[in-house]
Design a protein around this ligand. Structure first.
Ligand SMILES: [Zn+2]
Length: 98
């Protein structure tokens, strides 16, 4: 992939709207999960086919919530039960959350 060029539409990133279009049709789910030692984590699913976007979104959510987490293989995992905050932030960004 060429830096600054969208791999989907071939336009420069500043003109590309693929990500915005994708958001409207992307249905995300936010669930509570329990990891080792009974620690609660908030898991966002629905971006498995777009791992780059998931990684970027994970960074934004970690910053927005001031919490730890990861965005690997399209799966976003955030420390603690932050479901309400995560849903609110995702909706603000234009995602559809179930
Ligand atoms: Zn594009």
């Amino acid at each position: 992939m060429i830096a600054g060029i969208c791999a989907t539409c071939g336009l420069p990133k500043e003109l590309c709207v693929c990500e915005d279009l994708g958001r409207e049709t992307t249905l995300l789910t936010v669930d509570l999960d329990t990891r080792r030692y009974g620690k609660a984590v908030t898991v966002v699913r629905g971006l498995e086919s777009r791992p780059d976007e998931a990684a970027k979104l994970a960074r934004e959510l970690k910053k927005g919530l001031a919490t730890g987490g990861s965005g690997k293989d399209g799966l976003i995992v955030l420390q603690g039960d932050r479901r309400k905050d995560v849903v609110r932030l995702l909706q603000q960004k234009g995602y559809t959350v179930r």
